[in-house]
Design a protein around this ligand. Structure first.
Ligand code: GAR
Length: 200
């Protein structure tokens, strides 16, 4: 069994897609051990509790500085002996120590076709605002390994999504989630859990 920890900040629809994948058998030989949010009000935590999974908030606001926050986050992750950490809408920069401690064991879902609309400042709705402003006709989502850069790690899976006339950032975000994110994130986890992607 692949032991997974999921880091979230918001609604947790990608987390839900992972739970659904596990429940339906689309994700084989994997289980979520813990869900951690930086944001106490994240609905993702409710989703985790509903599944009987440990759901914790570790907020930077509770610590005197960033370093102490990072130490607490790492210590908590280490308690669960995780094989894979999934950043599912985790909108906080993760510490370099975490990337070094879990090499090729952290994946992220990003709501664009990397290398477009990614990097510093591109997260959540801002990604879709950027895509619409540039006038692209196709966008999508990417699952990639996390390295020490921003959205720069090796790409695992991508899926394209059509931009439609009249799209707003919100309508585009919803289509990218439904048609791409909720498909490729569970698929990447299933592939990792079943040896179809080598973890280096
Ligand atoms: C998702 O669209 C995810 O791709 C994005 O945040 C949203 C979280 O939604 N992540 C990033 O922008 C990371 N750079 P969710 O909480 O409903 O899964």
């Amino acid at each position: 069994m692949l032991r997974i920890g999921v880091l979230v900040s918001g609604g947790g629809t990608n987390l839900q897609a992972i739970f659904d994948g596990i429940d339906s058998g689309a994700i084989r030989r994997a289980e979520i051990q813990v869900v951690i949010s930086n944001n106490v009000g994240a609905y993702a935590l409710e989703r985790a509790r509903g599944h009987g999974v440990d759901a914790l908030c570790i907020s930077p606001k509770e610590f005197a500085n960033r370093e102490l926050f990072y130490q607490a986050l790492l210590a908590k992750l280490d308690e669960y002996s995780l094989d894979l950490i999934v950043l599912a809408g985790f909108l906080v920069t993760i510490p370099v120590e975490m990337i070094r401690r879990y090499p090729n064991r952290i994946i992220n879902i990003h709501p664009s076709l990397i290398p477009s609309f990614c990097g510093v400042g591109y997260y959540g709705l801002k990604v879709h605002e950027g895509a619409l402003k540039r006038g692209v006709k196709v966008t999508g989502a990417t699952v990639h390994f996390v390295d020490e850069g921003v959205d720069s790690g090796p790409i695992l899976l991508q899926k394209a999504v059509e931009v439609k006339p009249g799209d707003t950032p919100k309508t585009l975000q919803q289509r990218v989630m439904e048609e791409a994110e909720w498909v490729i994130l569970p698929k990447a986890i299933d592939m990792i859990a079943n040896g179809e992607i080598l973890l280096g």
